[in-house]
Design a protein around this ligand. Structure first.
Ligand code: GDG
Length: 502
């Protein structure tokens, strides 16, 4: 018998038991809800991306405060005098506290050091990282701004701070120096590179030392933990105990463990059965002329790590190799543009357009287009409808910490149909072994994999989808949160501190 499935209620009970008098503070760059002024009226949107998908349901259950950068035009109007607002706006259950940054700070810390430096450094996508001293200085000062805000929120009370991602690598050390009693945990949502790559970073020592201010540091998979521990040992000379996953820096331990992130299986499963989704399916099939066709689907933030040009090339090759499918298969590529002010992303956009023109130009007929490209922030109901319409979903990342799109597709297929084509360079490929796994660089194999997905008999699709659904149902977001939470609260340093009972 496997471990029983984790639910919101079970997680809530666990948090209640473990948290005692500690307040839970989540810190991330991106806020879960952005406020905008539309025609003089305040409105909000929930932000796209893996982080919000994973942490928002956790905070809705646990309460506490989420500290994040307020980047929306309506944010300063929405908050109270202490820069706080209760969210989700429609059914408030936790506090969002916003941090304000100047344009220059956002440029240097976010676009610069985080996304032109760390992001390409951590992903094997052959985009050269750029490291500018001024960006690094801004990154350090913004991490200090976050630390001040978090300490102000804590106000000397017992607190557990759960930091997200690569924008805030220096925060845990700053918190620890200010108050060694704060419990610190961090989850790194992207891969950690090998030592050979990591040492490219001119400020690698400071980054590692910052992260080793954590009691607990989580990555998606064991390989990333191993890479991190090796870097700590070789760059910083920290003591590394591989057998216990412990790194000692300044004579204090950090537990480094894999926690494969996931999705809210049950919610996606339920939502995808709603009448709204069925209506949306009918609308899309009608409007996009998809009736009677086999539909393939990609949903991605438009990012060079997601292998979108590789996917389009493979679709082109598929129609070349299997011309009997011309007019029969339509590939829908959806997804939201991101980081559009960074040169590498503008180049990617141009490259996608060139690849699209090449495939659509070659194969288009009077009433059929092989690839429909919808680079918009599509509403959740539309994405849910596409997942149900799609016979197969393609995730072709060149490198990806986990990839939630793959798990969302599986969770939404309550009909137990559908094929997932998945890159081996994703964290998800470690769990979703019943997908069709294919190297996105191997165009020929990729085209064959698409054909395999199109032709896979119903019984086989069903068996494989059933097994994958079992995996995602079991290893859901609540299990991820529960394991992280327990390790953070009961970590090695924590053991000598009293747990205050509720
Ligand atoms: C990072 C790591 C890791 C996409 N387009 C739209 C939209 N989405 C949603 C998807 C999914 C999320 O965004 C993307 O999550 P991923 O996991 O695929 O990727 P990253 O954003 O790169 O996330 C990744 C993740 O953190 C969590 O740790 O898995 O490896 O890179 O939920 O459905 N949502 C909406 N409109 C869109 O157009 N509303």
């Amino acid at each position: 018998m496997g471990e029983p499935t984790w639910t919101r209620e079970k997680l809530q009970r666990l948090v209640y038991r473990e948290i005692g008098d500690y307040q839970l503070i989540v810190v991330s760059n991106r806020q879960p809800y952005v406020h905008e002024m539309v025609e003089g009226k305040l409105s909000y949107t929930s932000t796209a991306g893996g982080l919000t998908t994973a942490i928002d349901p956790l905070m809705q259950e646990c309460g506490g405060t989420w500290v994040a950068y307020g980047g929306g035009k309506g944010d300063s109007i929405a908050v109270d005098a202490n820069n706080r607002i209760q969210v989700p706006p429609d059914d408030p259950s936790y506090t969002l506290r916003l941090v304000w940054l100047t344009e220059q700070e956002e440029q240097g810390y976010y676009a610069g050091f985080s996304n032109e430096g760390l992001w390409p450094l951590c992903h094997n996508a052959f985009i050269e990282p750029t490291f500018q001293l001024s960006d690094w200085e801004t990154y350090k000062s913004v991490n200090n701004v976050f630390a001040e805000q978090v300490l102000d929120e804590i106000d000397g009370r017992p607190a557990a701070v759960f930091t997200q991602d690569y924008h805030l690598a220096l925060l845990p050390r700053l918190l620890r120096e200010a108050d060694p009693d704060i419990i610190t945990g961090q989850f790194w949502h992207i891969p950690w590179p090998t030592y050979e790559i990591f040492r490219i970073c001119p400020w690698g020592e400071e980054l590692l030392d910052g992260l080793l201010g954590n009691d607990l540091l989580g990555f998606h998979i064991g390989d990333h933990c191993d890479n991190f521990m090796e870097a700590a040992g070789r760059v910083l000379g920290s003591q590394v105990h591989d057998e216990y996953n412990l790194v000692y820096q300044r004579e204090e331990p950090t537990l480094v463990r894999p926690f494969p992130i996931s999705v809210d299986f049950e919610q996606i499963n339920q939502e995808s059965q709603s009448p709204e989704v069925t209506e949306e399916m009918d609308r899309l099939i009608e409007e996009l002329n998809l009736g009677g066709k086999v539909i393939g689907l990609g949903i991605d933030r438009i990012d060079y790590t997601k292998g979108i040009p590789h996917r389009i090339r493979a679709i082109g090759r598929f129609f070349e190799k299997y011309p009997e499918y011309i007019g029969q298969v339509v590939f829908v590529q959806a997804g939201v543009m991101s980081r559009a002010n960074i040169h590498a992303y503008q180049q990617l956009s141009d490259q996608i357009n060139v690849e699209l023109e090449s495939v659509n130009g070659r194969f288009c007929t009077d009433d059929w287009q092989p690839i429909l490209y919808l680079p918009d922030d599509l509403p959740a109901v539309t994405l849910a409808a596409f997942r149900r319409i799609a016979r197969f979903c393609v995730v072709s990342s060149l490198h990806d910490g986990m990839n939630l799109v793959a798990k969302e597709y599986v969770a939404s297929r309550f009909d137990e149909d559908g094929v997932l084509i998945l890159s081996p360079f994703t964290g998800s490929a470690h769990e979703l072994t019943d997908s069709v796994i294919v190297n996105p660089y191997a165009t020929e194999d990729f085209a064959t994999a698409i054909c395999e997905a199109v032709e896979m008999p119903y019984e086989m699709r069903r068996e494989r989808m059933k097994r994958m659904r079992g995996v995602v149902e079991e290893n859901n977001i609540y299990m991820w949160a529960a394991r992280l939470f327990v390790d953070m609260m009961q970590g090695t340093r924590r053991s000598h501190r009293p747990i205050r009972s509720p």
